[in-house]
Design a protein around this ligand. Structure first.
Ligand SMILES: Nc1nc2c(ncn2[C@@H]2O[C@H](COP(=O)(O)OP(=O)(O)O)[C@@H](O)[C@H]2O)c(=O)[nH]1
Ligand SMILES: [Mg+2]
Length: 189
């Protein structure tokens, strides 16, 4: 069975989004367990794989954070042939600040690294710009996100790649449309 992998930093709303898409209740707002394995949830004739959240979490060591990232990379390498595409969930209200902070330390932000890695593996990535209910200027924020991921603004040039959503409010239609279009293209092949 083909799978759609969901990746993202901890607390961006990945579980809330997967619940909204699948109707299956997942525990949200929970502190991510360090050893948590990818979780599979049925979705249409595929499965959604909820990958462990990465990035800084209080009380979790640098070594554990590296281990989580390595697990994600290995999972993607081992299952690349089976992955239909990836959904990268970001918190639209903090993405720019986090990326800029890492860049100013001359470090590559994990989400940027993962975005590039997925492309190297020939896996399409849809960016779900979540928590859009917290944003005042949606266009400016989304322009900032695409630009930091190496895409040329304006973001409306990338309507097959990025969708502003609010998982909490159930406003996920733009994302559903992109996913559906990709699935239809795949099924025709
Ligand atoms: N304002 C807002 N909060 C959200 C949204 N989606 C999720 N959250 C909240 O963000 C927190 C983390 O959500 P969760 O789904 O557990 O994130 P995960 O760690 O990425 O799986 C919870 O308190 C959610 O209620 C959203 O669209 N808007
Ligand atoms: Mg979660």
């Amino acid at each position: 069975m083909k799978e759609i992998i969901f990746v993202g930093r901890s607390n961006v709303g990945k579980s809330t989004l997967i619940s909204a898409l699948t109707g299956k209740k997942l525990r949200t707002g929970r502190r991510p367990g360090v050893t948590r394995k990818p979780l599979q949830i049925p979705y249409q004739d595929l499965q959604i794989t909820d990958m462990p959240g990465f990035g800084f979490m209080s009380g979790i060591s640098d070594e554990s954070m590296d281990a989580i990232k390595n697990n994600i990379v290995h999972y993607i390498e081992d299952n690349a042939g089976n992955i239909a595409f990836a959904v990268m969930v970001v918190n639209a209200s903090s993405f720019a600040e986090i990326v800029d902070r890492w860049n100013s330390r001359n470090e590559i932000p994990v989400e940027v690294e993962l975005f590039e890695f997925l492309h190297e593996m020939n896996i399409d990535v849809i960016v779900a710009a979540n928590k859009i209910d917290k944003i005042r200027d949606v266009d400016e924020t989304l322009n900032g996100i695409v630009q930091r991921l190496g895409m040329m603004p304006p973001w409306k040039q990338w309507l097959d790649t990025i969708a502003p959503i609010s998982a909490k409010k159930g406003k996920i239609n733009d994302l559903k449309m992109i996913m559906q279009k990709k699935l239809e293209t795949m099924r025709k092949k």
